[in-house]
Design a binder for this molecule. Structure first.
Ligand SMILES: Nc1ncnc2c1ncn2[C@@H]1O[C@H](COP(=O)(O)OP(=O)(O)OP(=O)(O)O)[C@@H](O)[C@H]1O
Ligand SMILES: [Mg+2]
Length: 263
């Protein structure tokens, strides 16, 4: 199994959209894929259709969560297999997140080997999986550190917007530091997201990002496409929601490129 972390501490750059749609397309191409939602916002879990059944029920945040999540794994030592669920796509599995994870960083601080909790849990996974893909919150806190410690490759989504490269130095620096405990780790690639062909700005960001990262930038550039932003509210990947859309085509191409690169 190869483990990938989708990271960028900047918010709203397309981490979760990329995790869902890259994961779904890899599964549709026959790979066994495990999506791990490591963000307390749990956008990946609801976007792939998991927690929506619970969101419709009314329950307050103080009561016991209605399902087991990555929180139980990291804080209570539950096994990954015990929180592992299937999705509507064959070969695509999910370890869901829950809002309770927001408190986990504080609860984890006093734990021994606190940055290795996810790595340990993944290493004990019994299911046979080709690719594990971890979706991170927009920060370089303990959750993202856990993901970087558990991963083989970092995939960095970069939004085609002003200040696209801002903060990336910090992410690369953190990655270098983590190599001390996880020598395996390297940058697997950068994905350009929300490209708008009508603007000169998008074009210039593409050039800047290519100058910065070189040829690890994936050739498939993800366009800004409203269908991509609608799909999660239906709990579907773009491949299910609108397979002919420009967003669906771009993520399918990205998955093909990904398999070639990480075969
Ligand atoms: N290519 C795209 N075209 C149009 N909308 C997009 C595209 N990619 C993402 N979006 C939308 O932009 C918003 C941010 O995307 P997403 O949630 O994937 O980013 P994120 O990096 O995971 O955010 P966060 O840092 O909050 O976790 C979402 O509303 C999403 O639906
Ligand atoms: Mg996200």
């Amino acid at each position: 199994m190869k483990t990938f972390v989708i990271a960028n501490q900047k918010g709203g750059v397309g981490k979760t959209t990329t995790a869902i749609n890259l994961g779904a397309n890899l599964a549709l191409l026959g790979k066994k894929v495990l999506l791990i939602d490591l963000d307390p916002q749990a956008n990946l879990s609801s976007g792939i259709g998991f927690s929506q059944q619970y969101d419709k029920q009314s329950w307050d945040n103080k009561s016991e969560p209605p399902y087991k999540s990555i929180y139980n794994v990291l804080v209570e030592g539950a096994s990954m297999s015990s929180v592992f669920v299937s999705t509507s796509i064959p070969n695509l599995f999910l370890v869901p997140s829950h809002l309770s994870l927001a408190g986990a960083e504080i609860e984890m601080v006093n734990m021994l080997t606190r940055e290795q909790l996810l790595k340990k849990a993944i290493s004990q996974l019994k299911e046979s999986i080709d690719y594990a893909i971890i979706d991170c919150p927009p920060s370089l806190g303990l959750l993202t550190i856990n993901a970087l410690t558990a991963a083989d490759k970092v995939i960095i989504p970069v939004q085609c917007e002003y200040f696209a490269l801002e903060g990336l130095g910090q992410l690369l620096e953190t990655t270098k530091l983590i190599k001390g405990i996880n020598p395996n780790l390297s940058i697997g690639g950068a994905v350009l997201t929300m490209y708008d062909s009508r603007t000169k700005l998008s074009e210039s960001v593409v050039n800047d990002v290519k100058d910065f990262f070189g040829d690890i930038v994936f050739q498939s550039i993800i366009p800004r496409n409203v269908r991509l932003s609608e799909a999660p509210s239906h709990g579907k990947s773009i491949a299910d929601y609108d397979p002919k859309s420009t967003g669906a085509i771009a993520y399918r191409k990205l998955a093909q490129e990904f398999i070639k690169r990480f075969a």
